[in-house]
Design a protein around this ligand. Structure first.
Ligand code: ATP
Ligand code: MG
Length: 212
């Protein structure tokens, strides 16, 4: 059977089209699992619109905008930016990018309130989350990856004390979302500790199974 999501073809598989209108994928996982890296590869392969809330916030911080200054206070301590701000930011992006054939959500949702808001925002646009790809990597490896990234990029939140806090916040507030999506039959687990290409291959496999 033809897999119309490969080879950059622009058409949605009929059942995805009828049910969802778009291919919307959430890339999910603890800090450092490789959400950003895999999202970029996916965006290229399928021509989707990548929304990385972390990247957008870092740009706001760089520009010293009011949102950036506020976000920085939370991010540099390893806390989440308040839901209300994030949900407004996302609604705004969805309005500005309405013509895409699908989104990769990277770093959003991070709380149950955000997941509910995402469902509502997509529903208002006659679409929904099609699949949540949950990347799994051992915590020790994550800490090593983030420390290395901190040394190379100087990201203010990739320092040991902050990383430890981000892991706690992830477990308390974000990990419960796996259950939220599992109950909806939308959760797919992807082993995330292999090479970038191995992980990507797993993801592509998972998406091609969705497409039939
Ligand atoms: P990865 O390394 O897997 O790409 P990450 O967890 O290291 O992910 P980002 O997704 O870039 O990093 O997010 C960085 C920080 O930005 C978070 O720790 C949080 O403070 C803030 N942030 C990003 N997205 C959200 C969100 N949806 N809700 C609240 N805060 C957010
Ligand atoms: Mg990221």
């Amino acid at each position: 059977m033809l897999n119309i999501w490969q080879n950059e073809k622009k058409y949605l598989p009929l059942h995805v089209f009828m049910e969802y209108n778009m291919l919307n994928i959430v890339i999910f996982g603890a800090p450092g699992t490789g959400k950003g890296t895999q999202s970029e590869l996916l965006t290229k392969k399928y021509g989707l619109h990548h929304i990385s809330t972390g990247e957008i916030l870092r740009e706001e911080i760089e520009r010293k905008s009011p949102l950036g200054l506020l976000a920085d206070q939370h991010i540099s301590r390893g806390h989440l930016v308040p839901d209300e701000l994030m949900i407004d930011m996302l609604a705004d992006i969805l309005d500005k990018t309405a013509n895409t054939k699908g989104y990769i959500f990277d770093g959003f949702p991070r709380t149950i309130a955000q997941a509910q808001a995402l469902d509502k925002l997509l529903n208002e646009r006659d679409t929904a989350v099609v699949a949540v790809l949950s990347l799994k990597v051992e915590e020790q490896e994550l800490i090593q990856r983030l420390l290395k990234r901190g040394r190379e990029s100087g990201r203010s939140d990739d320092k040991l004390e902050v990383i430890e806090n981000r892991m706690k916040v992830y477990k308390a507030q974000t990990d419960p979302l796996r259950d939220y999506y599992k109950k909806k039959g939308k959760l797919f687990n992807i082993p995330g500790s292999g090479s970038i290409n191995d992980v990507f291959e797993e993801i592509v496999q998972e998406i091609s199974r969705l497409s039939f």
